[in-house]
Design a protein around this ligand. Sequence first.
Ligand SMILES: Nc1ncnc2c1ncn2[C@@H]1O[C@H](COP(=O)(O)OP(=O)(O)OP(=O)(O)O)[C@@H](O)[C@H]1O
Ligand SMILES: [Mg+2]
Length: 324
Amino acid sequence: MLSTNNNLFSCYTLPIGYCFDEFEIEKVIGNGGFGIVYRAWDHRLKRSIAIKEYMPASLAVRAENLQLTLRRKELKKKFQHGLNDFIREAHFMSCFNHPCLPLLLRFWQKNATAYIATPFYNSLTLKAVLATQPKTINEYWLRNILPPLFDAINTLHQAGYLHCDIALDNILIQENGAPILLDLGSVRKMTKRLSNDAEVTIRPGFTPIEQYLVDEKAQQGPWTDIYALGATLYTLITGSPPPVSLVRNIEDHYQPLIKRQPAGYSAPFLHAIDRALTIQPLERPISIAQLATLTKIPVATSWENAALPDKLIETQSNSMMLET
Ligand SMILES: Nc1ncnc2c1ncn2[C@@H]1O[C@H](COP(=O)(O)OP(=O)(O)OP(=O)(O)O)[C@@H](O)[C@H]1O
Ligand SMILES: [Mg+2]
């Protein structure tokens, strides 16, 4: 029996109890501008999974038969463009097999939209950790989550891609401390510059200057993600993001961490974050390896070194079962 979701977005989301074959929707766990993330129960494998649905609320509504319909027919091109990006997200997930990148379980199209299924990670986003357990955050804790996170980002870079949307709500921390880097929807091929019509995700405080100035000689590279990662660490340490890079580019009021000296943090660690947050792209560490050297934190290069959680190992073997 289907019931209506008891939340503000109930007219957009699929109803609780809705089924895709063996997957039954249990709860809405994320609701961004372009997608809805549900926790669902996999009746066949008896475990929770996460299902992400492409649902751009500004472009489409859900009809009574649960199909998405355009708000206006002129929005078709935009809707299709976003759908193609969503399909690309699934494609990227299928290309990267890393313990700290979400594992693609299934991709399918239905209800005039598309769906991505991944394991459900029992976790909190860094945003939620900062909001609910700020005392957990210290240099020791950060040093533990960074090696596998460095490795996940480096894996994308080595393949010639940038994540382009590293931020607190795109990093999950599982119960045992292992991170998952979410949202491969913004991943872009590393090119010297983006074309004018390329969609850029702008996050004030996290987006480096070269992502604003896409039509100028703005070089994008690993340093682009390194700025966003620096902003993520800065926010975790100070409680608020650094000033917007576009404003900093005109008049820079950034207060270096090395001067602020937050209690309990070592000078080399703070200095490395300041370097990552340099406005000029090429003055930042130019690779994850360089950032790792500056912070004196290793890049966990393999599955074994990444101190993998039991749950994730379980998940991997489940996915192998799915494939056979
Ligand atoms: N596999 C998962 N397990 C647990 N929680 C998840 C999972 N995937 C997503 N979430 C939760 O849902 C939220 C949104 O997920 P995600 O970042 O993938 O989508 P989004 O930001 O809404 O997408 P977009 O930026 O494409 O609109 C996350 O911040 C997290 O809280
Ligand atoms: Mg996200």
